[in-house]
Design a protein around this ligand. Structure first.
Ligand SMILES: [Zn+2]
Length: 155
């Protein structure tokens, strides 16, 4: 490959790579996901990641996959698979790092409606939150059709 071609080689954003790996159920993708989380836990742009997941309507699917991988990490199954593919052990510190990084990738789906100035304030859950131009998540309350920005679980 010539140098000018190298410069033009497309770079897949980390967030895109993560989403691609998270979408599938194959063992190798689970291992790749954990490896990405361990290598770059601070470099993941959460706002960009959220926008991509939400606009692609993948919130439910990705959240479920995150939960599944967290369970694999907690049960020790991920460590076995990791050892098989990578030949090394996952340390408990690495498992902790991966779990912390995974937690940040969960798209919040519980919102508070209406805002605090109403006496009917209540929490509702949505399958498909939306995201505005500024990157804020919101959802419409199914009872009041009120646009709700306030997350029930602070991110
Ligand atoms: Zn409501």
């Amino acid at each position: 490959m010539k140098p000018e071609e190298l410069e033009q080689a497309p770079v897949i954003p980390l967030e895109d790579l993560l989403i691609l790996k998270l979408m599938t159920l194959r063992e190798l993708d689970t291992i790749d996901t954990i490896a990405l989380l361990l290598e770059n836990p601070e470099q993941i742009n959460i706002a960009s990641y959220r926008r991509k997941v939400v606009t692609a309507d993948l919130t439910q699917h990705i959240n479920a996959r995150i939960e599944a991988i967290a369970q694999l990490l907690k049960s020790g199954q991920a460590s076995e698979v990791w050892k098989r593919y990578m030949g090394t052990d996952l340390s408990s510190r690495e498992i902790g790092t991966a779990l912390t990084a995974l937690k940040k990738l969960v798209i919040p789906t519980e919102f508070i409606c209406p805002t605090s100035n109403s006496p009917q304030k209540h929490v509702f859950k949505t399958d498909a939150p939306r995201i505005d131009n500024l990157g804020n998540l919101y959802a419409f309350c199914p009872i009041h059709t009120y646009t709700c920005y306030e997350l029930a679980v602070p991110s």
